[in-house]
Design a protein around this ligand. Sequence first.
Ligand code: UGA
Length: 443
Amino acid sequence: MNMNIAVAGTGYVGLVAGVCFAEVGHQVMCVDIDKEKVEVMKAGISPIYEDGLEELMQKNNAEGRIDYTTDYQKAYREADAIFIGVGGTPERSDGSADLTYIATVARQIAESVVKDCLVVVKSTVPVGTNDKVEQFIQDFLVNDVKVEVASNPEFLAQGTAVYDTLHAKRIIIGSESTWAEDRLMEIYQPFHLPIVSVNRRSAEMIKYASNDFLALKISYMNDIANLCELVGADIQDVAEGMSYDERIGAKFLNAGIGYGGSCFPKDTKALDYIAKQNGYALDTVKAAIDVNKKQRIMLFTKASKRLITLNGLKVAVLGLTFKPGTDDLREAPSLDNVPLLLEQGGADIYAYDPVGASNFAKVYPEGKNGNGRITYVDQAAEALEDANVCFIFTEWGGEIKAIEPDTYKRLMRTPLIYDGRNIYKVQDMERAGAEYHSIGRQA
Ligand code: UGA
């Protein structure tokens, strides 16, 4: 049965969920406090860069299954279910989650609802938060209606968010009653996906345990990569050899410059914090965090040893976003490395990213910056022209991976390359006459 669904928050989680609910036939109202953003979305323009999202927005806007509003009262009054997908629950400096946004929405819901309603928390929240949200809503509830809270963590990755939602590996439902469970099952029925139904705390934990396992997997590969360099092995060959064992799997074995983004760094620190709060030392996850911290500046450390100084050198930086397919810079390795290159190095940076440069320029405006300078260019070739060193931080397919090894030799003053994503074969770069340093392979 199609339902009236309200979605609070139109970031990656909220907007993509809303659009996909509309796509399978539900009636959706997306709520955001930002008037301008609402107008933009009504016009069929996506406020985030995400493959396929805008097309689906336009289709469902036109077919009248989705709308956008700042009027949360109206949206929540009419809803059978309200999904909270706000703010990705930002972290505080100690790793704890900042639940202000969620609390605000919970209170608005409590003051608005006039019929029985299921509140579903999609944002990643510390174990036990759903219990608190339910209590909070009960405390502020104005009308005599039933409101229950269910947990439904989201597993989409940026860049493939729409695909991941429509073809999710599993739907996790965390509920404390069959009423809540049944309603959520009904909402997901048209997706025809495997559903795992557990209690709320287990659902909250599944999200952290999944993300932190993947972060651990990456940090493990990075750790092994560093050892490979020392013992004369090649991490890509090692990964390939490992990948055929189905118990290990072929995915997330890519060593590199460390994980970034809005999820792994935050969720590893959060689970470590939750463990500490409960008097437990989560040593595995702590190790993943430590390895990642080191890994992110690995190339800068290598380059600093190789060169007397970066001062005044033209440094090409290829890729700024935390991964390809997104304009998101949150916890991007470039954000650790560019300040080091500028401050400690005094480098003259020419940075290229197909979509992330304008966001990056908000943090590091063009021109003199600390002891160095930064210039943003529209083509990778402009960054490479006459450069003394090149750093590769993001493996953009068409724009960066497609650069031929010969191009570095041809364009750069000295073809010295530090590749944080292992995008080239070492032999190809050698053949092209470049001095090529990557992760976990022999230079
Ligand atoms: C991640 C998870 O993959 C999603 O399942 C989850 O839903 C999401 O977090 C979330 O909690 O919202 P995302 O952060 O968008 O998704 O991106 P990933 O593709 O997982 O990449 C994360 C980081 O790991 C990137 O910096 C990427 O470069 C790095 N990575 C990934 C590696 O260094 N090596 C790999 O083999 C894979």
